[in-house]
Ligand binder design. Structure first.
Ligand SMILES: [Zn+2]
Length: 282
């Protein structure tokens, strides 16, 4: 908490905070109070309609191929960093990448006070950090849930040190999730523009292309909404055909292989499962 207090600033007067009793922070200058919930400072209210995430076991070899690609992306990057660097995990949730971050110096931020979180704040509404406080920010599978993406990029750019990095992972061909707080699927052209508008230069941009995952999603789209509603011979024939497609997909999987990383500029108009980007603050 002491470390966190050092990098926080009052949104009203820019002053620093101190503890005020057990359950609040107070600005040293203007006495503005920020309440705490289970010792987590609450800079913004919990969004309406949020369905808090359940804790899931995460790891380098767990979850969808996209999740595994994200893990590798982060772990590889972390290996090359100064162990002292300070990282802000934006939308850290239930600590999806907690294991990868173990031993690192990081602040976990979310809009919901999960037990794994250090600070509750919607960075598109207020920015409680002193400028240039962080060496890096992680926005992993979060940006699609943020309605004001320009606002988020602006805040992140402000709190990064010059030369600081923003690591972004964002799904593209992935079903809706955490509804109703799922707003966008961005192309890499939009991701580049968002960076450019906020003084963040692209250092690395990659798409994760996973045609078998794509096919699996297609099959699920047929199975659930369409086949279940069919009746009579249509349902019968539909089921046989779908079983055939599934069997072919099963045969294809080892031939086609797992997803692969590629520059979206070499992939022409193919749709990736998602993008992974490293931005540098100019
Ligand atoms: Zn103040």
């Amino acid at each position: 908490m002491k470390k966190l207090l050092e990098i926080l600033k009052c949104e009203i007067c820019g002053g620093g905070f101190q503890m005020s009793g057990e359950n609040a922070l107070q600005c040293e200058k203007c006495e503005n109070i920020v309440p705490q919930r289970d010792s987590i400072p609450m800079f913004t209210e919990i969004p309406e309609g949020i369905q808090p995430s359940e804790k899931e076991i995460r790891g380098p070899d767990i979850g969808t191929p996209w999740r595994q690609a994200n893990w590798e992306f982060l772990a590889d990057w972390l290996k090359a960093q100064d162990p002292e660097c300070l990282i802000l995990d934006v939308g850290a949730g239930r600590g999806d990448f907690l294991e990868a971050l173990k031993g690192k110096n990081f602040v976990a931020l979310d809009v919901y006070p999960y037990p794994e979180i250090d600070i509750v704040c919607d960075l598109t509404k207020t920015n409680p950090f002193r400028p240039e406080s962080f060496d890096a920010a992680l926005v992993l599978n979060v940006l699609e849930h943020v309605f004001d993406s320009q606002g988020l990029f602006k805040s992140v750019a402000e709190i990064l040190k010059p030369g600081g990095k923003l690591l972004l992972a964002i799904p593209f061909m992935v079903k809706m999730h955490q509804i109703p707080l799922d707003y966008f699927r961005y192309t890499h052209f939009a991701l580049e523009q968002l960076g450019k508008d906020n003084g963040l230069e692209i250092e690395r941009l990659e798409g994760f292309y996973d045609p078998m995952f794509f096919l699996g999603e297609g099959i699920r789209n047929i199975q659930w909404p369409i086949l279940r509603k069919m009746r009579g011979w249509r349902q019968y024939v539909g089921r046989i055909l779908l079983a055939g497609v599934r069997f072919l997909a099963f045969l294809m999987e080892p031939v086609i292989g797992a997803g692969h990383i590629k520059s979206p500029y070499e992939a022409f108009s193919l749709a990736p499962t998602g993008y992974q980007v490293v931005y540098t603050k100019k």
